[in-house]
Design a protein around this ligand. Sequence first.
Ligand code: NAP
Ligand code: MG
Length: 405
Amino acid sequence: MKKIRMTTPLVEMDGDEMTRILWKMIKDELILPFVDLKTEYYDLGLPEREKTRDRVTVESAEATKKYGVAVKCATITPNRQRVEEYNLTEMWKSPNGTIRAILDGTVFRAPILINSIRPAVRNWKKPITIARHAYGDVYKATEYRVPCPGKAELVFTDAAGHETFRQTVYDFECPGVLQGSYNKDNSIRSFAHSCFKYALQTKQDLWFSSKDTISKQYDQTFKLIFQEIYDADYKAEFEKAGITYFYTLIDDAVARVIRSEGGFIWACKNYDGDVMSDMVSTAFGSLAMMTSVLVSPDGKYEYEAAHGTVTKHYYRYLKGEQTSTNPMATIYAWTGAFRKRGELDGLPDLVAFADTLEAACIDTLQAGIMTKDLVSLVVPGTNVAAVNSLEFIRAIRGRLEQRLA
Ligand code: NAP
Ligand code: MG
């Protein structure tokens, strides 16, 4: 069989623990036999991050800016326990956080659906993609536990030193709590551009929700910036693509989402996205079936699985046990990256390979061959065979070879 050609390299970001094991299996079984793989390899595994003092993470993000498409394995975000386990000289920052900051991107998460796993919400038939604005708001807020009666004020002093705003927040007659949160136009604009671009790329409607009726400056600003950017830069393209941009209040959005069939992107402010993405992913089934892509405002893409390094399985693997870790979301990170690279480079065979590999994955699952995590989720009466990770990947390979033949 002639291998599928690539022209521009993918930025390949290797990772840690069980997902690092899966990464190699996926490459050996599902990619290298079929694709003349070109990647620029960055090892984001924790030992290499330690060795390079985390420079490798920054370099991988810079490479993504240069080439435009990356595929990332899950990585450990160190905490105190990891500092001991890996003998680290520093508690290195989350690689995802570093990459997101350099690309100024937004994360889009979408579930992989199969017939035998029904979403908890009966009428959901297509994936719901959540876009979370991962900057500011309560995550960067300044908080104060008010200990006694007193006055809280909101004050703004401009760069020239003039106090241009002062307003009483509350005259406390008793102890209470106080919070000051902020966001920046730049960041909201980047978020909006990423959302409009991703909607166009995936040909899905875009919904954005906030609480502008209550938050007349803060949330209103988000709403106005989205509308302004839509009107100026995307309206014509959306109309041509036959998709819509739709703003509504967050509570109305929740009701519509539950009643919907799915098949759209829901852009959320930081806190809403944090909560809603967990709710939506749980309702669709399993974290192991959740894909994730970071999209920058200028259209750079980094594909990955939404889950982590599956540490518990890795410790079992180290003891020599077989694990049944689900590689689906990691495989889809590769197919997402191949499809995008193929589109950008005008390589229809590479795009077709991505489609075929995904179809082979779905064939395998529809045949009842699946990893253990999915067995408890399938509708009762489905014939299933629980297999380990390598058996599952080989079952996909068999179907992939058939489809490619
Ligand atoms: P996790 O790796 O997502 O795993 C949590 C649990 O979810 C697993 O123990 C497993 O449950 C189940 N699970 C997740 N993915 C699965 C898969 N592919 N197949 C089967 N089961 C799966 O989260 P974590 O244990 O909280 O974090 C582990 C490490 O990952 C941490 O060091 C964290 O920093 C890192 N992390 C990285 C990323 C990223 O790189 N994007 C994201 C999140 C976390 P059972 O044990 O019940 O089988
Ligand atoms: Mg959350």
